[in-house]
Write a new protein. Structure first.
Length: 558
């Protein structure tokens, strides 16, 4: 007997014995539900025996037998009614626990998000992929047909999604493509650091989604609930079904603001800000301009995060303003990084350390923000240094720039597309899914070991487009991704350390060293970031014009 919790109110279990009831009662269970018909197995105790033992242990017992593989809509409704009526917590069982988990999942469909239900079931060891359409349909069996069908379906209308759609259209004008994304606005997120530094206006980083969807591409304005890759189907909220021949998955990351206790309640006030949100980046600049003394804290959570250099970019631009304003000596700068190094590619660290020293910034590694009290101007960090016991450190602040923990979206993490860590599982060269040959992924959500930046997506989009077109023509993959990522580290207004690197930290410079030496701060790199990259993003990358992004051809050894 090993009860698996699905919620605070219900656990499920394989077949239990009458002798287990006393122990279950001691564990706090007050009710038991049998979902296994009597006589199904030769070694199975009858329900009357279970019910008698439950009564003796002070528990209530109910019999809701379900034939294996035949959970009806009315069965789920009956299970929900039992859960309402019975004392809780309850334990439900069948031969393996699967029928009980299925009944709970369907009974909760009208009140819980699909991803939460799938996650809870998966955490207990039960996959609900076989009933995902019913869960998305409020627990009821839907009509089994496709509402929409397209040759190529792209999940996500961010930088990666629109870029790959445009790259596909540039190669095959008659391609039948749909983009699924619920958002009205598309953001140029690399610009938010510059907004927080007082260089860009926030409005210049936003355009309507409708204005950016490539001509001839259908926009399905909806959220994804789940995937059925075995049926070549995507399930949308409301249980609409979109069928595809080929699927490209690139919805971006989930920013887990709730992952830090007290953060949501104080964001945008009490000196608490973040350049990772469009509406908060201007508040960063407001705080920086108004600060003339005190402590400024900058945080970085555990990897992976989008643009790993962004947390320290906020520090550098803020410190540079304070230096120019003549107040730097009155401000204590504290950089608290959950990782163990300043930057993951060692070639760029010496130049960055020069600026850390120039700004008299304190470096605190292995320090992860866990809780914050905005009105009290206090933050708590968990410090886990190697070979030392974890400790909690209390830090006061006058201003704090917070970077939230980041994960794959819930509907990705609980899907058949995800690896054990929750990221879309791809071949790191071709970006094709390792299990499902008609699925590709790019951008922040896939599990290739590269930096999660817009520059990476700019390189990945042509690779995926080339390989999808090759697949349509019955050919093997023809393009490969080398792990390229770029992080323009804004070390001061007017100078940037242009970090460009690929898999394994190999340097991947786009320009000759005489023009831009990426390991040193330069004005040319600043010009690139401030003046050139924004129009390249809007007018080239999102329109299928692959400037400095030609895909590398697959090399065949032998």
């Amino acid at each position: 007997m090993d009860p698996k919790p699905l919620s605070a109110e219900l656990s499920v279990s394989p077949q239990i014995a009458a002798g287990d009831l006393a122990a279950l009662a001691e564990q706090g269970f007050r009710s038991v539900i049998c979902n296994r018909p009597d006589g199904e197995g030769a070694d199975q105790p009858g329900f009357d025996e279970i019910a008698a033992a439950a009564k003796a242990a002070g528990m209530e017992a109910r019999y809701l037998p379900i034939v294996a593989g035949k959970v009806r809509d009315e069965d789920a409704e009956a299970f929900g009614a039992l859960m309402t009526a019975l004392p809780k917590p309850a334990i439900a069982y069948c031969r393996t626990g699967t029928r009980s988990a299925t009944l709970w999942s369907l009974s909760q469909a009208a009140s819980r998000p699909v991803a939460d239900i799938l996650s809870a079931a998966k955490g207990a060891g039960y996959e609900m992929g076989g009933v995902v359409r019913r869960i998305a349909n409020g627990g009821r069996t839907p009509t089994d047909h496709a509402d929409v069908s397209h040759d190529i379906v792209i999940i996500g209308g961010g930088a990666a999604g629109i870029a790959v759609a445009a790259s596909l259209k540039a190669r095959k004008r008659d391609a039948d493509i749909a983009i699924i994304d619920p958002a009205d606005i598309h953001y140029y997120q690399p610009g938010w650091t510059m907004v927080g530094g007082g260089i860009f206006d926030a409005a210049t980083t936003a355009k309507t989604m409708a204005a950016l969807i490539p001509h001839g591409v259908r926009w399905i304005k909806a959220a994804v609930a789940a995937f059925e890759p075995a049926a070549d189907a995507v399930i949308l909220d409301g249980c609409r079904v979109v069928k595809y021949k080929r699927l490209i998955v690139c919805p971006g990351l989930k920013l887990d603001w709730h992952g830090i206790e007290g953060l949501v309640e104080t964001l945008g006030k009490n000196g608490v800000t973040s350049n990772y949100r469009y509406d908060l980046a201007p508040y960063t600049w407001e705080l920086v301009k108004g600060m003339t003394g005190g402590r400024a804290v900058f945080t970085q959570p555990p990897m992976p995060i989008k643009c790993a250099g962004a947390p320290q970019k906020a520090l550098y631009l803020s410190a540079d303003h304070w230096r120019r304003a003549g107040v730097l000596d009155r401000i204590e700068i504290d950089f608290r990084n959950a990782g163990g190094v300043l930057f993951g590619v060692k070639d760029y660290v010496p130049a960055l350390m020069e600026y850390v020293d120039r700004y008299h910034a304190g470096l605190n590694f292995f320090s992860n923000l866990k809780a914050i009290d905005g009105p009290g101007r206090t933050a708590w960090f968990e410090v886990t240094k190697p070979d030392a016991a974890p400790e909690t450190v209390e830090v006061g602040f006058d201003m704090i720039h917070v970077v939230p923990p980041q994960t794959a979206p819930d509907f990705i993490r609980v899907s058949p597309l995800a690896d054990a860590a929750g990221w879309v599982d791809v071949d790191q060269a071709t970006l094709r899914h390792r299990t499902f040959e008609n699925i590709w992924s790019l951008g922040d959500v896939m599990n290739a070991p590269n930096a999660k930046t817009a520059a990476a997506a700019r390189k990945q989009a042509p690779v995926v487009a080339e390989n999808v077109i090759a697949d349509i023509r019955g050919k093997a993959p023809v393009a490969q991704y080398d792990g390229y990522g770029s992080c323009p580290l804004t070390v001061e207004r007017g100078r940037i350390v242009l970090a460009e690197f690929g898999y394994g930290g190999a340097l991947k410079p786009s320009f000759p060293k005489w023009l831009i030496d990426g390991t040193r701060p330069s004005r040319a790199a600043w010009l690139l970031k401030e003046r050139i990259l924004p129009p390249v993003y809007w007018r080239a990358m999102l329109r299928g014009k692959e400037w400095l992004a030609s895909p590398e051809k697959v090399t065949v050894e032998g």
